[in-house]
Ligand binder design. Structure first.
Ligand SMILES: [Zn+2]
Length: 499
């Protein structure tokens, strides 16, 4: 081993031990959301606080800076896209970011967002925006301060926040791609709303035995390729996916006996996230080479399986016979009608209940508002009115109160600003990836109708998963699909669906 190889080994050992700590935290958090007794909460948050302090110390350890300085002049960093070169580039990016933020600001933000979420819960319950306004004001000021420490010269502050979740994304580019999508969606959404009002009761609503839903969802997750030898499926209140080690991926869902979609589509979504994590290189676990490219790319994997595959006609041609064995009432429902009901478009006030088409509108509204807040074009005091006006203009509905409007999401109270756009970026990437896979595999629908999912998963592994963070997200999508980042594929997909 020469000197730079020794330095690289020291850096990798450091990252490995940090990953051991972080995955231990993830296990504690997984337990908190699955089986932890109510009264265990205080001790659990002490455990997590102590561990997160250790993790922060390790991530700002000055030795990382020294190792990076040495490695940046060695041959190892010559190719920024090779595994080692990308590792050096990404660790540098993360380290510089971590050391630029003073500990006092990090502590202040942690406190403001922890209190902010508690205040938000009460404000939402009491429909009292005024009670939440001071907390939100403080959180936005702190995140602006953070952004001003991170932004490069002349860069909009919002970009420094967006960059944290979506490396290299610029608000100007994202906004122009989103505007094109918004302008395409507005007339469709209005039309669909009129059709929906004439439609009768939905076959997707009814009584569906929960035990049968569990059996069916697990069967589907296994068939599409979620590896249960390296993962588990459990239940929780707010579904999520977490990774506890290179061979330990947990997905969580919830079931409702009155809605078929909640459980199955929750599982398809989380299994999409889980299969991405299972496709990262286990030997590089704990390094950027085996970390998801971005939140948007992560979301593209969940949306691709949930929407592009799971809501399609070929998917139901394949799985309806199995579904009818478990849910005898489906014998009386034609596949055509079932698929149409699953894909119903209806303007609603609540983001998390929105269909595939209107969902993006909810995101575009939040993106426009939070950019306004960070740029100081919009005052926190005027936010509820601005929110309602946008719902009126884009979706044709106005929230009757703030609980059903501006107070509905936890994100801003948790300090997550610049995070919302990654949901629609995920939908956009998913449509681009699906189109490319469809072209290269000679028709994904043809395979799905036969229950053959392995070629699609292998394509995603080859084009996306195995690279981790080696390419910034938009470069990765362009490399995988041959097309630059654009909402055209999503617009085409939604237009076909609506027709
Ligand atoms: Zn997701």
């Amino acid at each position: 081993m020469n000197t730079s190889e020794k330095t690289l080994a020291a850096l990798r050992q450091h990252l490995h031990e940090t990953a051991l700590l972080e995955s231990t935290m993830a296990l504690l958090e997984w337990d908190e959301h699955t089986g932890m007794p109510d009264r265990a909460g205080d001790y659990r948050s002490e455990q997590l606080m102590l561990l997160s302090g250790f993790v922060h110390q390790r991530k700002t350890d000055p030795r990382i800076g020294e190792w990076l300085d040495e490695l940046s002049t060695s041959d190892l960093s010559a190719d920024p896209y090779s595994p080692v070169g990308a590792l050096i580039r990404c660790v540098r990016r993360d380290y510089d970011r971590n050391v630029r933020l003073p500990e006092s600001l990090i502590k202040h933000l942690a406190k403001a967002t922890s209190l902010g979420q508690q205040v938000w819960v009460k404000a939402k319950r009491d429909n009292d925006y005024a009670a939440f306004q001071p907390s939100l004001h403080e959180i936005i000021s702190l995140r602006r301060e953070e952004a001003s420490l991170l932004a490069s010269d002349g860069e909009p502050l919002y970009d420094a926040l967006l960059d944290q979740y979506e490396e290299g994304a610029k608000s100007k580019d994202v906004a122009s791609v989103f505007e094109k999508l918004r302008d395409a969606l507005i007339p469709w959404v209005r039309n669909a709303q009129e059709t929906a009002q004439q439609a009768g009761p939905s076959s997707v609503e009814g009584v569906f035995d929960i035990e049968a839903q569990r059996t069916f969802s697990r069967w589907v997750a296994k068939k599409i390729g979620f590896d249960f030898e390296r993962g588990r499926l459990d239940e929780t209140v707010h579904p999520f996916c977490t990774t506890l080690g290179p061979h330990d991926h947990r997905i969580l869902t919830r079931y409702s006996d009155s809605s078929f979609s909640t459980g199955l589509y929750g599982v398809l979504h989380e299994a999409g996230h889980g299969m991405y994590e299972q496709g990262l290189e286990p030997d590089w676990y704990g390094t950027p080479v085996a970390t998801a490219a971005s939140l948007g790319v992560h979301e593209s994997q969940s949306r691709l399986w949930e929407n592009s595959v799971g809501l399609s006609r070929p998917f139901w041609d394949w799985c309806m016979p199995e579904a009818r064995k478990l849910f005898p009432s489906l014998e009386a429902v034609a596949i055509d009608r079932w698929v149409r009901d699953l894909n119903r478009v209806q303007c609603s006030l609540i983001r998390i209940e929105a269909d595939e088409v209107t969902y993006n509108m909810h995101i575009l509204i939040r993106f426009e508002l939070e950019m306004g807040l960070i740029a100081r074009d919009l005052n926190v005091a005027d936010l509820p009115e601005a929110w309602s006006d946008k719902y009126q203009n884009y979706l044709g509905i106005r929230p009757p109160n703030d609980a059903l409007g501006v107070l509905q999401d936890v994100h801003w109270s948790a300090g997550l600003i610049g995070y919302f756009p990654t949901y629609t970026l995920g939908n956009i990437y998913a449509a681009q990836l699906y189109e490319a896979a469809d072209r290269e595999l000679g028709g994904v629908g043809r395979l799905v109708a036969k229950g053959e999912f392995a070629p699609l998963l292998a394509w995603l592994r080859e084009k996306v998963h195995r690279f981790g963070r080696r390419y910034p997200p938009m470069e990765l999508i362009e490399k995988a699909t041959g097309n630059a980042f654009s909402s055209d594929a999503l617009i085409r997909h939604l237009r076909t669906k609506l027709a």
